[in-house]
Ligand binder design. Structure first.
Ligand SMILES: Cc1cc2nc3c(=O)[nH]c(=O)nc-3n(C[C@H](O)[C@H](O)[C@H](O)COP(=O)(O)OP(=O)(O)OC[C@H]3O[C@@H](n4cnc5c(N)ncnc54)[C@H](O)[C@@H]3O)c2cc1C
Length: 502
């Protein structure tokens, strides 16, 4: 089949009835649920872009294996051209959503492509697991499906491993084997966009200890598999707010959910890893499923930071405060953050790593540096928006006020900005800014940037340890060589000093 259209994606959603719980009730039709409607339409637009002549050649390619047109997320990266094709895709999707939707379909499809490219890692442990990954990749690619994922255990007692939790099946684990497959029970978090996806893939960060065998799992199943319960967090908007009042929150909210597996059957051909702590600990670092998506998240993060920065610049200009040194200093800092991430991305694309499989990956040092910096830079951009907008962020009326005949004159006069900025222009801009820096929607976006790919503190510690292992820090040796026999301290001291003329 190859690339789907938005309508085909929606038709797929309408054909299923996953067990979704939202605000104490069971959702019967995800497409007709107000809180999901707009995000579904935003994802549908991305599918439609695949058919748009303006984007088609940039974000899709002809699959060598099938001769069909497929998304670039399914392109195994073997060359600089492939990497560029990938970047074009990430950029197009991120620009279409202002970088505000983190889990667009490309994200997990890249994970899957990387698993496919490095299936030899699984082959070492079990040939069937590798075969399962390969055929699952082909199935998702050829049907252009949309995945969610849940890789974290629920936040119960973090000081204990999975098998030490109060109940053996608080964390998702294997209960028993049957001729048809594996029965799994327990919970995983935090499956963003789960209600509006087609499938879910489960895997984990490393950290398994002996005794955790039953939790060492990786598999994928359809989102409507019997026994799989999707527990949505409270929505941050009701799906009925006006686009004028909430230009971003009304469109781009990604729901998050805990997934609970009530004795769910995972067919054997969907099991990618099971009952093997060593394999489960190696899966994330050794199959490129951390590094390849970090390219996508880097590009998306850049667009998001750039967007917040542009809103801050326009906000400052609209009320004439960017004539002040302190405001220029803050805005200059944000622009430098954007340029820093842009430069790191370019470096990552030039300094590639090549895996034993031949898969080419953007360099991990610049990518991890982005991963370390964005959780500081993005919150700072939000803080600058709050500081520049100040009380003005809290004086915006609603659409209904703006168009009321009795109020129109006041609105234009008292809500106008500097000369040339009308009341309605200023209010629109401030509403955009408030969605980003004040609304619960904006706070989630900030929390997302901190945590979407793991705890930034531990990630940086891992980065440090890996960096230290790979580098010799030889500049220090060069400096210390002054004390070695051949290069004595005296021989390098300036003549004047050696002669005591000082
Ligand atoms: C908006 C949002 C969307 C997300 N979407 C997804 C998704 O689609 N799929 C998915 O799988 N995950 C998703 N995540 C989850 C994300 O992967 C986790 O939030 C992240 O890995 C951190 O784990 P945690 O939230 O359980 O925090 P915890 O690990 O519980 O950490 C809580 C605090 O305790 C500290 N801490 C905990 N354990 C240790 C330790 N061992 N050593 C030192 N300090 C420790 C941390 O530094 C942190 O400050 C999402 C998260 C957010 C916020």
């Amino acid at each position: 089949m190859g690339i789907r259209s938005g309508a085909e994606y929606i038709k797929g959603l309408q054909s299923r009835q996953p067990e979704i719980w939202l605000q104490g009730r069971r959702v019967t039709s995800v497409y007709d649920e107000a809180v999901f409607k707009q995000p579904i339409l935003e994802i549908a637009k991305l599918y439609d872009m695949q058919h748009d002549p303006e984007y088609q050649d940039k974000i899709t390619h002809i699959c060598e294996e099938t001769g069909e047109r497929v998304n670039n997320a399914f392109l195994p990266v073997k060359s600089a051209e492939d990497l560029e094709a990938r970047r074009n895709l990430y950029e197009a999707y991120a620009k279409a959503t202002f970088g505000l939707m983190g889990r667009t379909p490309d994200f997990l499809n890249i994970v899957l492509t990387s698993l496919y490219s490095n299936a030899s890692f699984l082959e070492k442990y079990n040939r069937q697991w590798a075969e399962n990954v390969k055929s699952y990749y082909r199935y998702i690619r050829d049907n252009d499906l949309f995945l969610t994922h849940a890789i974290i255990n629920p936040q119960n007692d973090r000081s204990k491993t999975s098998h030490e939790q109060q109940d053996m099946f608080t964390h998702l684990g294997a209960v028993r084997e049957t001729p048809e497959g594996l029965i799994v029970r327990g919970a995983k978090m935090l499956a963003t966009l789960a209600p509006i996806t087609d499938e879910v893939i489960i895997y984990s960060f490393p950290g398994f200890k002996p005794g955790d065998e039953r939790y060492a799992l990786a598999f994928a199943i359809p989102i409507d598999t019997p026994g799989l319960r999707i527990l949505c967090r409270e929505p941050m908007q009701d799906g009925k707010r006006s686009v004028y009042d909430h230009p971003l929150a009304s469109r781009f909210e990604e729901s998050d959910a805990v997934l609970v597996f009530h004795d769910v059957l995972v067919p054997w051909d969907r099991v990618f890893l099971y009952n093997n702590v060593e394999a489960a600990n190696g899966l994330y670092p050794k199959t490129g499923i951390a590094q390849q998506p970090a390219h996508q998240t880097g590009v998306r993060g850049l667009i998001k930071l750039q967007f917040a920065t542009e809103v801050a610049v326009r906000l400052a200009d609209s009320i004439g405060v960017d004539v002040y040194l302190n405001v220029q200093n803050d805005l200059g800092e944000l622009i430098q953050s954007v340029e820093c991430i842009r430069a790191l991305l370019r470096t990552a694309e030039r300094e590639c790593d090549v895996l034993p499989s031949g898969e080419m990956m953007p360099g991990w040092v610049p990518l991890e540096t982005i991963r370390g910096l964005l959780p500081k830079m993005y919150p700072r951009a939000i803080e600058v928006l709050q500081i520049i907008g100040a009380g003005g962020l809290l004086m915006s009326p609603t659409d209904a006020d703006m168009v009321h005949p009795e109020l129109a004159e006041d609105m234009e006069k008292y809500y106008a900005g500097r000369a040339g900025i009308s009341g309605s222009e200023r209010v629109r801009l401030f509403k955009l800014a408030w969605d980003l820096c004040g609304e619960a929607f904006g706070q989630r976006l900030l929390q997302y940037e901190r945590y979407y790919t793991g705890d930034p503190i531990r990630k940086r510690a891992i980065f440090y340890n890996n960096y230290k292992r790979e580098r010799s820090f030889s500049l220090v040796d060069d400096a210390l060589s002054v004390f070695e026999g051949k290069k004595t301290a005296e021989s390098v001291l300036p003549v004047k000093r050696a002669s005591g003329a000082d």
